[in-house]
Write a protein that binds this ligand. Structure first.
Ligand SMILES: [Zn+2]
Ligand SMILES: [Zn+2]
Length: 334
């Protein structure tokens, strides 16, 4: 049995659950740990049974609940090294200090040492350092530190680790796009997607002969991605915005350009072009995902995908679903 459940999809948070008889993995953790657990229970899944989290990229709508969830459950996180690095950089708070502040601090520290170097040495030594230096600031508290009534308390050790280092994770495992790996009885194949993140990926998951493909957050569908999205039983693909709504909508021009770019998000039209022209029509279920709440309407996304799929087998295949931001989809079982 393979079960796929979209817990949330959209720019406020993305998270799906793939479970087989013996393995359960989260695909992205873009909800708070608390909300993520709540939605899992809503679809009759036990958060304590999760085995791992796999991450597509470091944008907060995909990763903001990762650390707390992984620490709370003591489970490994699988992501690319580039994604991990960028995430650590983002969540490790830093403040920039001026050279004058650094020098004052250096002199203060030197004056406290019994055999201190002469203060004038400070200037010479400082010349080897960049003019603006970064110094650690207060760590940000984890987003789900306080357990609610009825929830398991965070293990003290994990809470302490989080306080000392917000980037602390119980177990980090790196994958490389293009190289498959296994979690329990699920084969995971990450592939590169064009998006403005450090090392963004989509995934194809395989278990018991069932293939599930996930591709959201991509500016267009290049041939390497199109090749991954064939011969699957479930296809989750981005249908982010309606081009006219985006052009006339509330976003500032710079953000519109970003969304429209080759490393932005897939429009309804671009998703439909792929579904009509390149996609082999093999999936039983097609899920449209990451719909913009400002620049799209579910009906527009649905109509353009339905038109595109009109020529594909529709009796038992290509049943269309729209993933939502505020509630889980019903689980899809194979
Ligand atoms: Zn996203
Ligand atoms: Zn993104």
């Amino acid at each position: 049995m393979v079960r796929f459940t979209v817990l949330a999809s959209g720019s406020k948070g993305n998270c799906s659950l793939l479970s087989t008889g013996s393995t359960r993995i989260l695909v992205d953790a873009g909800l708070s740990c608390r909300e993520l657990f709540r939605r899992m229970r809503q679809v009759d899944e036990d958060p304590a049974s999760l085995d791992a989290i796999v991450i597509t990229h470091e944008h907060s709508d995909h990763i903001q609940g990762m650390a707390t969830t992984a620490r709370r459950l003591g489970i490994p996180v699988y992501l690319s090294e580039g994604t991990h690095r960028e995430w650590v950089r983002q969540i490790t708070p830093r403040k920039r200090i001026t050279y004058a502040e650094w020098l004052a601090d250096y002199r203060e520290r030197q004056s406290r040492k019994p055999d201190s170097a002469a203060p004038e040495d400070a200037g010479r030594e400082a010349a080897d350092l960049p003019i603006s230096l970064e110094a650690g600031a207060e760590p940000v508290p984890p987003d789900c530190g306080e357990p609610e009534a009825g929830e398991e308390p965070v293990a003290t050790k994990d809470a302490q680790a989080a306080k000392a280092d917000p980037a602390a994770l119980p177990d980090v495992r790196y994958f490389r796009p293009g190289e498959s790996f296994r979690i329990g009885n699920i084969d995971v194949s990450p592939f590169t997607i064009p998006h403005d993140a450090a090392d963004p990926v989509g995934f194809v998951f395989g278990s018991a002969g069932v293939r599930v493909a996930v591709a959201t957050d991509l500016g267009y569908v290049p041939p390497n991605v199109a090749a991954q999205l064939q011969r699957c039983d479930l296809l989750m693909i981005e249908s982010n915005h309606d081009l006219e709504m985006l052009r006339d909508g509330p976003y500032p021009w710079s953000v519109k350009q970003r969304v429209l770019s080759r490393v932005g998000h897939l429009s309804n039209d671009a998703a439909a072009d792929f579904l009509e022209q390149t996609y082999d029509g093999s999936a039983t279920w097609v899920i449209l995902a990451h719909l913009s709440e400002s620049n799209n309407l579910p009906e527009l996304a649905r109509i353009s995908a339905e038109r595109a799929l009109a020529g594909k087998p529709s009796l038992l295949g290509n049943r269309l679903l729209l993933a939502a931001q505020d509630q889980p989809l019903d689980p899809i079982a194979f």
